[in-house]
Design a protein around this ligand. Structure first.
Ligand SMILES: Nc1ncnc2c1ncn2[C@@H]1O[C@H](COP(=O)(O)OP(=O)(O)OP(=O)(O)O)[C@@H](O)[C@H]1O
Ligand SMILES: CC(=O)N[C@H]1[C@@H]2OC[C@@H](O2)[C@@H](O)[C@@H]1O[C@H](C)C(=O)O
Length: 399
């Protein structure tokens, strides 16, 4: 505890942010230097790497990921195993960057989401109204194996305060990317797509909020994997660009209450997975649709999800500066579909704001840990979300 109190007093802290998202592509490791806290935070990204998950890791996570029924024994074993794996990956990065673990103040670990069950999505009447979400990769293993104090399990306090446990992006986006002159939308195109709305800095913090919008890459990736087992995604959206979206299938996919539900809302691959896609294809007799047409339809689905949420929040023709991050930021076919559906918005990468698009979510957790240790409670989003002030996470000590 003395060490934590000391860290809180330092003018700056070196924090590793870790994120492994729904795409199961790997662990994002962001070594950040954070000066100050709150709206005065200044962040330098010293090093960043995505340590890829190999097929064995992906297979183990998929044994439980978004499944209704799993072996409890397997789940129990996977939790510490992932904690150790993430620790080994962090240590390997530090070796490569020639940074000794003793030169790092904190690790902020998101863990691997294995099930997300917001009240609107789960099917258990005995838990009606209850939001829940579960991340694995026990942080005590990270702390003990690296010798670095580790914060984890950031989502539970959000749930305890009445939120759905996600998106947490609003906190980091607000602290790092608010502008005094520009209203901004920070759009993250990960497995699931989400955006944060940032009013001009200085405007009421209650207006800032973030929401999921529907699938980002998750259905695209699953479809590519199902048709082309040696590929994990549609590189640069080339296959989708060669296809034609199928209007009836797109309409069937969009005919789901999630797309009309009030903002903010969250979701995951539990809903937007193979069963949902198969049902819509069966209904529209498109089970044999050629792969490029299927992918073109799914690109339109992701773009329409974003556009519908933007229309819900900002009216029929929003004129906003949109900054894109996440793996989907590398997919020109998806970006073109978004621009078509939100013609008055100006799209750019978060890189133009100095934030590497692939590192943004890992950086977010470093920012959250910085606030927990050194910050004061800042309330955000009270206008739309019941969410706690920005001090989240649980603490694991190495000794
Ligand atoms: N060059 C590219 N062309 C097309 N798609 C790409 C490209 N590079 C990455 N992607 C997509 O981005 C995905 C990885 O995105 P990202 O790492 O943001 O997901 P994630 O963090 O797991 O998701 P989430 O934010 O939902 O947790 C890949 O699976 C792929 O679909
Ligand atoms: C439960 C969960 O892990 N949700 C992730 C996921 O990936 C994207 C989207 O769905 C987002 O809501 C969230 O992550 C980011 C980091 C967030 O909380 O802002």
């Amino acid at each position: 505890m003395r060490r934590l109190a000391q860290l809180a007093q330092q003018p700056s802290r070196r924090i590793i942010g870790l994120m492994s998202g729904t795409s199961l592509d790997g662990l994002d490791v962001a070594l950040c230097r954070l000066h100050g806290h709150g709206t005065a935070t200044r962040l330098e990204l010293e090093h960043f790497a995505t340590v890829p998950y190999n097929e064995d890791v992906r297979r183990r996570i998929r044994q439980v990921f978004a499944h209704d029924q799993v072996s409890l024994e397997y789940l129990t074993l996977l939790n510490p195993w992932l904690g150790r794996l993430h620790a080994d990956m962090v240590l390997a990065c530090l070796r490569e960057w020639q940074v000794p673990p003793t030169a790092v103040d904190l690790i902020a670990s998101h863990g691997q989401t294995i099930f997300h069950a917001p009240a609107h999505q789960h099917r258990h009447p005995e838990f009606e109204g209850l939001n829940a979400t579960l991340q694995l990769g026990d942080a005590d293993h990270l702390a003990v194996a690296t010798g670095i104090i580790t914060l984890s399990d950031f989502r539970q306090k959000h749930v305890a305060a009445g939120g759905e446990g996600a998106p947490l992006a609003v906190y980091g986006d607000y602290l790092l990317l608010s502008s005094p002159t520009e209203e901004r939308l920070l759009l993250n195109l990960g497995g699931i797509a989400n955006f944060t709305y940032l009013p001009r800095a200085g405007a009421a913090t209650t207006a800032a909020f973030s929401t999921d919008t529907g699938p980002g890459n998750t259905l695209l990736d699953a479809t590519v994997r199902a048709h082309l087992p040696h590929r994990s995604y549609d590189e640069d959206g080339r296959l989708a660009a060669a296809g034609q979206a199928h209007p009836a299938l797109l309409a069937a996919l969009l005919d789901h209450p999630f797309f009309g539900a009030e903002l903010p809302k969250t979701t995951g691959p539990e809903l937007f997975g193979p069963t949902y896609l198969h049902a819509a294809q069966a209904q529209t007799i498109t089970l044999a649709l050629p792969l490029p047409d299927l992918l073109a339809t799914l690109v339109e689905l992701s773009a329409t999800g974003v556009a519908r949420a933007a229309h819900q929040a900002f009216g029929p023709r929003p004129e906003l500066a949109v900054y894109v991050s996440g793996g989907g930021a590398h997919n020109p076919t998806l970006l073109a579909a978004l621009q078509r559906r939100l013609p008055a918005c100006h799209f750019a990468s978060t890189e133009t704001l100095g934030v590497l698009p692939d590192a943004k979510e890992a950086i977010l957790f470093a920012l959250l840990a910085n606030e927990t240790v050194a910050g004061t409670p800042i309330s955000l989003g009270a206008g739309r979300q019941r969410i706690p002030a920005v001090r989240l996470g649980k603490i694991s000590f190495p000794d």
